[in-house]
Unconditional design. Sequence first.
Length: 466
Amino acid sequence: MAKYMIFPRYKRNYIFHPLTEIKFMIRIYIKQAWVMMKQQKLFSTIYILGTALAVCFTLAVVYSVYIRVAGFYPDYDKADTYCMPYIQVTMPDDKKSMVYRLSHQTVNDWCRSLKDVEGVTTLYSTSGSRFVKLPDGKGDYLIYTKFTDPDFFKVCSFDFIEGAPFTEADFQSGIRNIVITDMLAKRIFGTEHGLVGKELNISFVDYRICGVVKSPSTASSFAFAHVYLPYTTEPDYDAINESMPLQGNLTAYLVIKGQAQFDAVWNQLQAKAREFNQANQGIMQIAFQQAPMSNSHTTLHYMYYNDQQYSRFKMWEVVRYYIYLMFLLLIVPAINLSGMISSRMEDRLPEMGVMKSFGASKSRLLGQVLWENLLLTFIGGILGLLFLWGGLVVAKNWIFSLFYLWGTDIRPTAEIPYEVPSEVMFSPILLIAVLLICIVVNVLSALIPAWYALRKPIVYSINQKD
C-alpha cells in the first residue's frame, strides 16, 4: 500500500502521493538553488562558465562525429548508401595482389544487374576542383565538380529550382548537359532563375545547363559539388585495360535497405566473383577486399583507423574510443568544479546538520544538493551550446579544419566555405546530448563532495557555524 505524506504547515492539511511529493520537493530545490545562485554570484558565475566551456568542447567532438554520419539534405539515406568495395586482383605469375577501382563495363555487368538494391550510382575519380570562366572575363572561379550518372539524382534527393537532371539519353550519348547549384548560379550569373539552356565554360570546355538545384552543404562530401556532370563526357571513360579488364576509375554506391537485403546483395557479388574466377583460372583471380560498408561506417572507420582497410572495422571500438575521449574532456573540469562544491559544502554544513536533526535522510539531502547543482549545470550547458553555435557561425571554417579528414572531407576554403546544415545544428539528438552531458558533469562534480559532507555527524555539522 502506497505511503502518503501530510504537510501540516499549511492552513489546511494536504495529503501528498509519493509522486506528487517528489515533484513538490524538486520545485522547492530549484527555487532554493535560484535564490542561492543570486546570493553567491561569484561562485555561480565561475561554475556556469566552467560548465559552459566543458560542454562547448565536448559538443564540438559530438558535432564532428554526428555531422559525418547523420542523414541530411540531400543525402538523407547516408546510413543505407553502401560503398562498393575495391576489387582485389591476384595474378598467378607473381602471386601479388593489387586493388583497383571499377571500370565502366564492370559497373554495368556487376552492379547495375544486382537484384534487391534500391538504387545504384557511380562517381568518377576525376571529380574535384576545376575553374569556371567568369562571364565578364575578369578571371576564373574555383569550383568543385562531381562526375556521375543520372541515378545520382535518385540516390540523393535534390530540390530542383528549375530544370531537371541530365537524362539517360544524354548520359549514354556523352552530351555535355550539366546541373549546377544555386550558390554557383548566383556567383556567376547573379540569379538562379532563367539559366536552363545557357552555357558555362569549365576548364576551357563549354557545357549546357539543364538544371539548377538547391546547394547541399559541404559537410556532405558524398553529395556536395558546384557542378554535376555526366562522366561519359570525360575522355576514355570506358577504356578497357587488356591486361586488367576490370580496372577503371569508378566507385559504385548501392542503396540497400535492411540486413536481409544486404545479405542478398553480398551473396550475389560473391557468386559473380566465383563465376569470374572459374572462367579465368590460370589468368587472374579476384576477390572483394571487404563487404560493402555504408557511408556512415566508412567515415567512422576513417576517423578512428585513419586508413581504408575497412575489413577491420569494429563499431564498438570506435564508440568506446569516443566515450573515453568525451569522458576525458569532462573529467578535468568536473574535478575543478568538484573542489568548488566541496568548499561550498563546508559552508553549508550547519544547514545540513539542522535538517538532519529534524529527520532528513542522507539520500534526500544528497538529492537536494544534486538538484541544486543541476540548475547551475543546465544553465552552463545551454550557454555552452550557444558558445558552440556562435563559433559555428563566426569561425566555422577554422573549427572544422581542426577535425578535417584527408581523403573523405572537403577542405573548407574562402571559395568553398564549410556550411553546417540546420538539420544538424538544431538536431534533437544534439539537444539530448547537451542534457546528458550536463547530468554527467553534475554527477561527477557534485556527488563525491556532497556525499563526503553528509557523512559528518550532526553535532559536528551544527557546530561548524562557530
